[in-house]
Write a protein that binds this ligand. Structure first.
Ligand code: NAD
Length: 478
């Protein structure tokens, strides 16, 4: 099955850019060009903005039940196209096909869950202190929304925003990553084929900074939802501020893992290795700083190493592959820099540590031990298949080290002591905490960060709330 032709969705039409600009899409597993993604011109972006306003005024007046019928039909179409869409996700992003399928399934589940939940957007009646007066707080869709998203989850990053916005009654214009366009287009195609009215969803591509400046320079959008790095998130917030556009920011993390000596060490090591190398470590909630209680250091490292050596790196479409390439060549030097810096500062390279010589952008699964907190990899988000480990001696120390960075997305702990769990639940500065697992997201639970990892949520009723405004009204009834 060939990689599809790539078009933008503007005002209900599948189009190329009106000035003919485009850029290549590269398959990270072999470095070949697999497609050309069109760029929107300023004229195209203005058309998208106007259609998004028109689409909003149509979509918001439909009942949640009619909106749900369209979204449910789109979910069924995505199921029909599951195999093809999953394979294209792997082609453009690199992750193993099994991971692509899990991601596509989560995207479908998100769409269904939001569509159903939108029927339960309740307001409230507030008893008044004034006789004969009634207060009402009603939830309304906030308006046309904008979204910009990263490439690491081409389906779920897009769906978390699109499903939340559409279910809430908003229209949405999204700029997915130019590196992974086909998956977003496949989601858009299912929605259009299911009967989504023109303008309710627009999909555009281009030079990211130019697209965001143009779209956020308009007063039409009332909401911005962004998934990406902290510096870009801060920049987009500043642009949004000029037009008082409300933001949700899903930004980077650097998740600590605290392995206490009373945990099941072998089970923890196995889970940590599986979690670390999922999507080649290119996951915002990837476990990235491993703190091991001193007495169990050797046992944990030996068990972890065994799993690192069992990782089977290769083209994600090949059977048996458990880790694909990095998304692009540019990530290889970044990984090499992290390893060299850590070793120079005293860390031991246990296994891995270099690129795999092949046409694609493959990097060895890598384990570092005794990494000092001053190493760059302990302070900068690695976003790659490197596991830096260090020891700790007591709970106060490990909490301080876990909390010492500006990030606060996910945190993980392995322990059998309920008292330790209780302390971590109040003291760890992160939006999400998992104990004895790495599970921090489900479609029905709130996903989001603290501190520089951003604010607002996707998933759960909080994800719907992100696209709603509260309208207060009063009336005198006698
Ligand atoms: P990035 O911020 O450079 O780019 C992310 C996406 O934003 C890109 O696909 C790009 O198209 C777009 N972008 C970049 N500059 C833009 C601009 N000026 N205007 C509009 N869009 C712009 O980040 P990256 O390094 O490519 O992606 C990885 C980052 O994303 C990591 O920091 C990761 O933790 C974060 N991330 C966070 C979450 C979350 O939910 N918290 C999820 C996935 C990824």
């Amino acid at each position: 099955m060939p990689y599809p032709e790539l078009k933008m969705l503007i005002a209900g039409e599948w189009v190329l850019g009106s000035d003919g600009a485009s850029e290549p899409v590269i398959c990270p597993a072999d470095g070949t060009e697999i497609g050309q993604v069109p760029h929107a011109s300023p004229v195209d972006l203005d058309l998208a903005l106007q259609s998004s306003l028109d689409g909003f005024n149509l979509w918001r007046k439909m009942t949640p039940h009619s909106r749900q019928a369209i979204l449910e039909k789109a979910a069924r179409l995505l199921e029909d196209r599951f195999e093809v869409n999953s394979a294209n996700l792997t082609r453009e992003m690199g992750k193993p096909l099994a991971e692509a399928k899990i991601e596509m399934q989560v995207a479908i589940d998100l769409l269904r869950w939001y569509a159903e939940e939108a029927k339960r957007i309740y307001g409230r009646i507030i008893p008044s202190r004034f006789p004969g007066m009634q207060h009402e707080a009603r939830k309304l869709p906030i308006g046309p929304a904008l979204a910009f998203v990263a490439w690491n989850f081409p389906a779920t990053n897009v769906m978390r925003k699109v499903a939340g916005a559409l279910a809430a009654g908003c229209s949405i214009t999204i700029k997915p990553s130019e590196e992974t366009p086909a998956t977003a287009i496949a989601i858009g195609a299912a929605l259009m084929d299911a009967g989504l009215p023109a303008g309710v969803l627009n999909i555009v591509f281009g030079v990211p900074a130019q697209v965001s400046e143009h779209l956020l320079g308009s007063t039409i959008p009332r909401k911005l939802s962004f998934t990406g790095s902290v510096p870009v998130g801060i920049h987009l917030q500043q642009l949004a501020a000029k037009n008082m556009i409300r933001c949700t920011m899903e930004l980077g993390g650097h998740s600590p893992v605290m392995v206490f000596k009373d945990a099941d060490i072998d089970a923890a090591a196995q889970l940590c290795a599986m979690g670390k190398f999922r999507n080649a470590g290119q996951v915002c909630i990837s476990p990235t700083r491993f703190f091991i209680e001193e007495p169990v250091r050797d046992q944990f490292l030996a068990a972890f190493r065994k799993h690192v050596e069992a990782v089977n790196t290769g083209n994600g479409l090949d059977a048996g592959v458990t880790m694909g390439p990095l998304v692009a060549e540019r990530r290889i030097d970044i990984m090499n820099g992290f390893v060299a810096d850590a070793v120079k500062k005293g860390a031991e390279l246990v296994v891995g540590g270099g690129r795999i010589q092949s046409p694609g952008s493959f990097y060895q699964p890598t384990l570092l031990s005794d990494v000092p907190d001053t190493a760059r990899i302990m302070t900068e988000e690695p976003f790659g298949p490197i596991a830096p480990t260090a020891v700790f001696t007591n709970i106060d120390e490990v909490i301080a080290r876990a909390n010492c960075l500006p990030f606060g997305l996910a945190a993980y702990a392995f322990t059998s002591n309920p008292k330790t769990v209780g302390i971590l639940k109040t003291e760890i500065e992160s939006g999400m905490l998992a104990v004895n697992s790495l599970h921090v997201h489900s479609v029905e639970t709130p996903f989001g960060g603290l501190k520089f990892s951003g604010y607002g949520h996707e998933g759960g009723i909080e994800g719907l709330e992100a696209f709603l405004a509260t309208r207060y009204s009063s009336e005198i009834y006698n």
